[in-house]
Design a protein around this ligand. Sequence first.
Ligand SMILES: [Zn+2]
Length: 240
Amino acid sequence: MADFKTHVTVAAVLSAPLAATCFIMGFANMNEAIFYALAGTFGGLLPDIDADDSAAIRLIFRLFGALAGGLAIAFGMDKLLHWQILALAIVSYLVVRFPIRWVFEQFTIHRGTLHSVLANIMFVILAVPAAYHLFALPEKTAWGIGAFVFLGATIHLVLDELYSIELSGMRIKRSFGTAMKITDWGEPLASILLVLGCVVGYWLSPSADAWLDTFAWWPEHETLATWLVQELKALPSLWS
Ligand SMILES: [Zn+2]
């Protein structure tokens, strides 16, 4: 199993250049590219959210706590007195960090259902409406963040799987196959909850059509074959 530091580093090292590419290609502005790089790095930590008392869970619940505090401030801004807003923000932060985290830890097993591709899809489909509704980001940016969260979280699974192969002796550790999985079939109820989370998240998500325009130059399915043939025929002319 790869450790926290490795996960953060690899996720950041792969997300940052990709986000920069989005900026260079004109798919994202500077702010969006920064969000994307952060989303990819954050996604790289998410699968280990089920590891009790890991650095990942501490950091993630601190971030969620700060998020809850920030939302409490935004909510109370013109409804409450200053000291009340402050108290509400502190209470929100503490509630997320301690009781909610405690309950979460009781219900999750490390490398269980949350350490799977299905969970990654759910993380995305929850991140998109959160970015759109809570942070009032445009639809396109919200889906871009979702894509990077998925990228980071999937890199995490691949990395864990790679760590279970001992390259020197080509031996495979017993943990092989526990990291990269569609879902944990041994926990059908949890898997159903993930699917439900995906459905609710998708229902709350804005339309992803903005990205379709970005890829408008991409040919239709039916014409893809003809397009490929044309492009291949055109290739030799590059050298002539
Ligand atoms: Zn992991």
